[in-house]
Ligand binder design. Structure first.
Ligand SMILES: Nc1ncnc2c1ncn2[C@@H]1O[C@H](COP(=O)(O)OP(=O)(O)OP(=O)(O)O)[C@@H](O)[C@H]1O
Ligand SMILES: [Mg+2]
Length: 395
């Protein structure tokens, strides 16, 4: 990572611009990429450039700016955000902090205060390595919807974080991840089996199929019998390389435990067991959950997602929670006609209808995963060594 932090200033008070810019430009290691005054201009700069840090000037209308902070922090959880205002009462500070700001600096700006605030966010968010996450999606019973959720979840995660999300199809015989995107990848995981010992990131990357929707695919072997070449060791190495290359990796894992699926589950940061509101599915969800725990997977890494929940079933989320003894992580509604159309045409749900309830639920799930993961990486924060980064940052 470069030592220079790319910053943006959000400021709607024209008279304050010169002072704010001169303070920010007075910090070492900060490059002020642009000052913007509207949410649209901010969205455009975040879309076009790599920005690590945003300074939000709250005056003269703090409520409106807090709304913008709220949206930015939800959409870009990895960004560092600093609020600046001449107001310094508890309410003035609490609003932006609740909306997602990391630091608050009072005006008139003291150069050391500003350097300390930047130093804190830099040490917490920017100088720590971004941790990648591997999300395994599996089904508690055949046809529960794991593949549909894995494909659309990868797309939504890619869109939420605005970076490619890798999607690996481990249904090695009959996987249909490529079909869901109507594509015929040139290479697949079987090509990696052939390079075995030499397998590295460069080879892996040349095997991936990059799609315009910010999903990068690694699909199953072309011929059914080629699945035999895909060993647990290969799966382990492939996931290791994927997580060192992509920030988010979604894996569609068939709903059973064997050496190959265990190799994937063992590397997962999150396992989503997709379950329907029918007795066999709920029972299997519990058996799966217990088996994964016996395998040594920490229970907070295993979550149950209800698919095709329509409120009309005899059973409800409550029955799952009582059986599995775990709150349901997320529920995706039932819309067979729509999901089947999406699969048949090879068009992800979001490209057919952005407002469809199935799409909204999967997008919400993507946001939850991304937000929780970024909160988790924030948790074990060591306080910055006093004065160290401030000294580095202040001229
Ligand atoms: N939310 C939903 N609403 C309605 N139908 C759905 C939904 N999700 C998936 N389906 C339908 O369920 C069927 C099975 O879905 P999918 O292939 O995703 O399940 P799976 O768990 O991967 O199955 P398998 O066990 O064969 O791998 C598909 O025909 C799909 O159209
Ligand atoms: Mg499947």
């Amino acid at each position: 990572m470069s030592n220079i932090l790319h910053a943006c200033l959000y400021n709607t008070e024209a008279d304050a611009s010169d002072e704010l810019q001169s303070q920010i430009k007075g910090l070492n290691f900060i490059r002020l990429v642009k000052e913007v005054a509207t949410p649209d201009a901010l969205a455009a700069i975040l879309h076009e450039c790599t920005i690590n840090l945003i300074f939000f000037h709250l005056d003269p209308n703090p409520d409106a700016v807090v709304d913008v902070i709220d949206q930015v922090s939800t959409r870009y959880p990895a960004l560092a955000l600093i609020a600046i205002s001449h107001l310094s009462g508890p309410d003035a500070i609490l609003g932006p902090m609740r909306a997602g700001c990391d630091q608050f600096v009072c005006e008139p700006i003291d150069a050391n205060d500003l350097a300390t605030a930047v130093g804190r966010v830099a040490s917490r968010r920017l100088l720590s390595n971004t941790k990648s996450r591997c999300i395994c999606v599996t089904s508690a019973s055949g046809g529960a919807g794991a593949t549909s959720i894995a494909c659309n979840l990868a797309l939504e995660i890619g869109s939420v974080v605005e970076r490619e999300c890798a999607l690996l199809d481990l249904d090695l015989q009959f996987g249909d991840v490529a079909l869901n995107f109507d594509c015929e990848p040139r290479y697949n995981i079987f090509d990696l089996a052939e390079s075995s010992g030499d397998l590295d990131r460069a080879i892996l990357q040349s095997t991936m199929t990059s799609l315009p929707c910010k999903v990068s695919l690694l699909t199953r072997p072309e011929l059914v019998e080629q699945q035999e070449a895909i060993t647990p060791d290969l799966i382990h190495r492939v996931i290791e390389l994927l997580t060192s290359t992509y920030e988010n990796v979604v894996v569609d894992v068939p709903g059973h435990l064997d050496a190959r699926t265990a190799s994937a589950f063992g590397q997962a940061d999150l396992i989503l067991i997709v379950c329907q509101l029918i007795v066999p599915s709920i029972r299997n969800a519990k058996r799966f959950y217990e088996a994964l725990k016996r395998m040594g997977v920490p229970e907070d890494r295993i979550q149950v997602v209800v698919n095709r929940g329509d409120g009309k079933s005899r059973l409800s989320e409550k029955d799952i929670e009582e059986t599995v003894r775990k709150p349901v992580y997320s529920t995706v509604p039932n819309d067979y006609e729509f999901v089947a159309r999406s699969i048949d045409f090879g068009k992800p749900i979001a490209s057919l209808d952005q407002n469809n309830a199935v799409r909204s639920a999967i997008r919400k799930l993507a946001r939850k995963i991304v937000t929780e993961a970024s909160a988790a990486t924030k948790e074990p924060v060591a306080e910055p060594r006093k004065g160290f980064l401030s000294r580095l940052l202040a001229k």
